[in-house]
Design a protein around this ligand. Structure first.
Ligand code: NAP
Length: 481
């Protein structure tokens, strides 16, 4: 099956931080793929900007190497690569300086759709917003894309929102959370809101509990110093896991439009009960030969968590009594992101004790293999009488829709949404603040107590305490495979 590609309008996109890791690894390769698929119209301009005083040729050569490094060889058609590079431009600019802004203004070709991607350290977001405004490079129709982290706590997120609001309207600000750009996440909305099948069961009466797992095999590696000031709660839970939770728990919006969606997500965050200390488990991977959080973070006294597991309650009519268990961590056994909705036991079994009940589970897999499966009980085939077995009705998107289906990477999709002016998959300012308002007191408790995270072995499934968090409720985590 060939994915339908709807071209966007002609645009100018400026990538601040174009020589950095994110731009070279994700943003520019993603834009190349959209260009190759015919989604980017001829005449659009992509302007790289950073402090480095490199020539355009040097920037093009670095970008070409990045395409070769980060995309499979079969994607690199030499004519298409040449066409893509011809769209690129480069202007040296220091976000805090005064030079280069007039030059940038002169290189812009359209005043219709202008987008500015802030792929730089968050400390520079305010400087960029101010200079784009003061030099009249951004107009009322222009958009800015802001990377994570959006603040370090509620106070800093509020301050950043206020700074950006001084120069841009809320409908111009695209706060990116790339989890929302994943195909499966959008499919979750389709499954929930385009089918009658699940909605009647989607509540505390039928859902026993929900598990959200985002497990990484990598450690903090080169990001140790940054990560040590953040930790799993700020780096992953406040944004990615919270967003996934919202999509599972939200009420159907009246329409699939940005504010209707985000209003419903906000209600979920506001309905979260404060989490009790007994319902939070923090861990830190501790190993030998440098495979150790303290060694990688360069802080031998660090109390930062590289793993966190939590039990949450959404206090509303739909979910009262259904716990949501979240866990995320680094240096775990496998790289898995999934949401599992575990349904309750049928009220009465007619098949006897020899056929123990196994729960129905809907699993939404975000990685590694995007898809969904629904575990159901069936009769074991053959003449052995009525023996039941649980099997997966499995849908891998790649298999179901064809291996050559071109599923865009999350960044590709989100950048095209920015160009189209569609904010549905971006976080609104009040949503981000509400998430921090919920997270801050949780962090404050363990900081006040000086809690030390529980050690876990690199390559394991996390600390013992995380298992106990579910065991004490008579439940168990799904296996991280
Ligand atoms: P990076 O590799 O350190 O790149 C930073 C970029 O910013 C470079 O191009 C750098 O080039 C430019 N820069 C630094 N100071 C500047 C200034 N004063 N004025 C203009 N440009 C400046 O960082 P990154 O990993 O790409 O991350 C960029 C942003 O994305 C950060 O907010 C990060 O938190 C976020 N993010 C990154 C990832 C990822 O996977 N990398 C994932 C999620 C979020 P010069 O030194 O030449 O100026």
């Amino acid at each position: 099956m060939v994915a339908r590609v709807i071209p966007v309008d002609l645009f100018d996109l400026v990538i601040f931080g174009a020589t950095g890791d994110l731009a070279q690894r994700k943003i520019l390769p993603g834009l190349y793929r959209r260009w190759k698929e015919g989604q980017i119209p001829e005449g659009s301009t992509i302007i790289g900007a950073a402090r480095s005083d490199v020539t355009l040729d040097e920037f093009l050569s670095t970008t070409k190497s990045a395409l070769q490094k980060y995309l499979p060889a079969k994607e690199l058609d030499s004519d298409k690569v040449a066409g893509f590079l011809a769209m690129l431009d480069y202007v040296p600019i220091d976000a805090r300086g005064t030079d280069g802004w007039q030059e940038l203004a002169a290189r812009m070709r359209t005043d219709k759709v202008r987008a500015f991607y802030f792929s730089v350290a968050p400390a520079l977001f305010g400087d960029l917003a101010q200079r784009l405004h003061d030099h009249a490079i951004a107009h009322r129709q222009s958009r800015i894309v802001v990377e994570k982290p959006f603040g370090h706590d509620l106070a800093s997120a509020r301050a950043l929102n206020a700074t950006l609001a001084a120069y841009f309207h809320e409908d111009q600000i695209y706060r990116i959370d790339h989890y929302l750009g994943k195909e499966t996440v959008q499919n979750l909305m389709a499954v929930r809101f385009a089918n009658i099948l699940f909605e009647p069961l989607w509540n505390a009466q039928y859902v026993d509990h929900v598990q959200i797992t985002v497990a990484e095999t990598v450690g903090v590696e080169g990001r140790g110093e940054y990560y040590d000031h953040s930790g799993a709660m700020r780096d992953m839970v406040q944004n990615h896991l919270m967003q996934l939770l919202c999509l599972i728990a939200m009420e159907p919006p009246h329409h699939f439009d940005p504010d209707a969606m985000r209003d419903e997500k906000l209600k979920v965050i506001r309905a979260l009960d404060p989490v009790s200390a007994a319902d939070v488990v923090r861990g830190q991977y501790r190993g030998t030969d440098g495979d150790d959080y303290l060694a990688e973070s360069g802080n031998p006294d660090s109390r930062t968590e590289s793993f966190v597991a939590l039990k949450l309650h959404v206090s509303n009519w739909r979910w009262k009594g259904t716990p949501f268990y979240l866990r995320t961590g680094k240096r775990l056994k496998s790289r898995v992101s999934e949401i599992a909705v575990i349904f309750k036991e049928p009220p009465h079994s007619i098949f006897g004790a020899e056929n123990p009940w196994r729960e129905n589970v809907l699993v939404i897999r975000l990685q590694p293999d995007e898809g969904m499966d629904l575990r159901v009980m069936i009769k074991e085939p053959g003449p052995g009488g009525m023996r039941l077995k649980d099997v997966a009705l499995d849908m891998s998107f790649a298999e179901a829709l064809g291996d050559d289906l071109d599923i865009p990477d999350a960044y590709e999709r989100l950048i095209m949404d920015v160009i189209r002016g569609n904010q549905t998959l971006f976080m609104r300012g009040d949503e981000v603040e509400a998430a921090w308002a919920w997270v801050d007191p949780v962090i404050a408790v363990w900081q006040a107590r000086g809690d030390t995270p529980e050690p876990y072995e690199p390559g394991s499934t996390g600390p013992e305490g995380a298992l106990m968090l579910l065991h004490k409720d008579g439940r168990r985590w799904r296996e991280v495979r």
